[in-house]
Design a protein around this ligand. Sequence first.
Ligand code: MN
Length: 737
Amino acid sequence: MMSMEERYLKLEETIRSYNPGANFAQIRAAYEFAAAAHEGQKRKDGSPFVSHPLAVAQIVAEELHLDSESIMAALLHDTIEDTTATHEEVAGMFSPTVADLVEGVSKLTRVQFTSKAQEQMENLRKMLMAMSKDIRVILVKISDRLHNMRTMEYQTPAKQKQKSFETMEIYAPIAHRLGMQRMKWELEDLSLKYLDPVGYEEIIHGLEAKSIEYEAFMQHIDEQIMERVQAAGIKDAVVYGRLKHPYSIYRKMYAQQKTLNEVFDLIAFRVIVDSVADCYNVLGIVHDLYKPILGRFKDYIGTPKPNMYQSLHTTVMGQSGIPFEVQIRTREMHEIAEYGIAAHWKYKQNGRGAGDESNYEWVRRLLENQEGADAEDFIHSLKVDMFADEVFVFTPMGDVINLPAGATPIDYAYTIHSAVGNHMVGAKVNGRIVQYDYQLRNGDVVEVLTSQSARGPSRDWIKIAKSSEARSKIRQWFKRERRDENIAAGRASFESELKRSGVTIKELTADENLPAMLKKLSYNNLDDMYAAIGYGGVTALKVVGRLREDILRIIARRQAENAPAAETAKPVQPAPKPVQPIRSKAVQGIIVEGMSNCLVKFAKCCTPVPGDEVVGFTTRGYGVSVHRTDCPNAAPERRTKETEGRWLKVSWAEDLQEGYSTVLQVTAKDRMGLIVDVSTILSSTKTRVSNLHARSTPDGFALIEIGLEVTDHKQLQTVIHRLQQISGVMRVTRPAG
Ligand code: MN
């Protein structure tokens, strides 16, 4: 066993190999500070606790070649969390940046992962990235996790499983996104060991046997390639073969339902050269030496992967019938493939020296040069300091909720459900009661206290809420839930406003005035008008103003009636206009011409949504059935003399229901993952799906029927359009008839 001092000296040596100008005095001080702070603490294996931060610093140096501040942060990463040391102390002794890095790592450590729902994982990964304001925080955290995984054997089985799950679902994908393949593989392999010990052992033993079996073969291929490469005058090439790493084999076995012996390519060779031109030369040599397998060539040099990965991949068949993969890349591409963003870090440091790393221009530029939607997603997920417009918080169940920056418990409550917001009587953040205007922070655990007897939202909430979604839900509540109160309040203020004009409500709303007046104001009835005034949609003053003419006419008529008889010889006031029919009242968002409050239902054969052209049919006893005009059942040529009179003009009202059910049919070439892609589109377009049936036809097609709920034609078109873009989808139709 190496002593702690020996381990520390080894760390210095590692740092010196890539960064001779590192601040060794400060690094030593950080080590000693950590050793003193953790004095007396032991790890599960009995070693002094400081061996852990030392090992993490070793990973940060060896695997990532990071700067002095990162090394210090790695050494100190558990001091603020687990000892009496404070942020101020660390900032004073080292630097505010180092203290911030340590604090950042501690914050990530505090995040509790409880949700196991797949759809939560992406949010959790984003949350961690958003919390790592400095990219070095996540790099140190991943190194910390790697060391914990390497020493996981000392933990209880329950903890092993939990940490391995987190590592597999959260940390390995982040490492992958940051392009750090080596760490990603190790994290995956170590997780697999605890998540499926039997499967893991099987592969390890299988691979041991294979490595003996393949040793001579690999040696031979290695020499063959090297010989031809040198003969072609390509200098400084490195060739080496290896068996693929256990988790990648495990995934293939699982996905393809194969045994280890049936997995197609277990062996990969790497050829590393100086220039891109040499990469293509080597590819030519390899394809000349061995038979390429069709469809297995990939040019990631021409089209890099979103995580910056560049390489040529090809799979070929050796003389003995053993297939193997060859990856060809330049030294720089290799370093980026192995160390990812950290490699760029290093180049940046060597180029311009440390100083402005906190400015991520270089990351941004690098990523923005990449093309394709995938790259865009990646940029979004990497926008460490570009996440400024979002905040991620936890529900008490451990689900992550994504809110706009500055969001309050009110926004949170209405995001969960309108009913939660409307019954909210208080909120807790991290177990403590907070004010409604508390600004939520990344990683907060938020709990809404509700009561059935809650009085409902207050009008102030509209000002406090940050999201327009919450605000509109609160307004809706005032509009709907308190209709009676609104009507009473509206009537009172209308009455008092009207008083000044010298006309009474009774006069104004007399039968001969009312219909014309409501028509002018576009209300269906008086209650609607009062309610609108009551919830503040319009002021009483404005309504009275718009009724000026009517008021004057009433006053004029009253004066005429009261005037002496002689006056009656004068031509009488123009008779009130003939009563106009009241605009038909909308039912479920449908106005049936000439009818109010009739039963309306939407035809099952064509499931119309707002925006579709529609026509109504009077059924016997079931009200009016609404069809799309392009529905075969509503086609004019199908109408008979007897039914002709039952077809009615209908139109969409302005006041619509929240959602309308309809159906889509998707015809596609059947393939793996089709349904996943379809459901991804449905969830990314926030479409409410009521059912989804898929079946494959014997000739290789998939027919998918989706029952969904949309607000209107426009939203439906968006969903159709997005579905059409899925690879293999041939047709998306709305069934009718
Ligand atoms: Mn740690």
